[in-house]
Design a protein around this ligand. Structure first.
Ligand code: FES
Length: 106
């Protein structure tokens, strides 16, 4: 049995998220978008800094998340804005996978 990494919170099971998919998760009052890119898991705050759209409703294109509202693009690995009508990045969370469980550090 795997230990829960210190300071991390379980947010999903690996089987819930196939490669190329995203999933919304709530941790306390924070909205999180989880993404599986080629078997690696990433987590960003699920709030676009432009008009607060949920990124989890957008599209995952390789390592980029496209905002569903005005199509800003963020690098899912870092939260950095790649293109769009704003200049703000979104926070990225540290992710760990232990056994079948995906954890993030909120
Ligand atoms: S709300 Fe995301 S680009 Fe406008």
């Amino acid at each position: 049995m795997s230990a829960i990494p210190q300071g991390f919170v379980a947010v999903a099971q690996v089987s819930e998220l196939a490669a190329g998919e995203m999933k919304f998760a709530a941790v306390d009052s924070q909205r999180i978008v989880l993404a599986n890119v080629e078997g690696r898991f990433y987590a960003l705050r699920d709030v676009c800094g432009h008009r607060n759209a949920p990124l989890s409703r957008g599209r995952l294109i390789g390592h980029l998340i496209e905002c569903p509202l005005h199509f800003a693009l963020f690098d899912v690995r870092t939260g950095k804005l790649v293109d769009g009508p704003i200049s703000a990045d979104v926070p990225a969370y540290e992710v760990r996978v232990e056994g079948e469980t995906v954890y993030i550090k909120p």
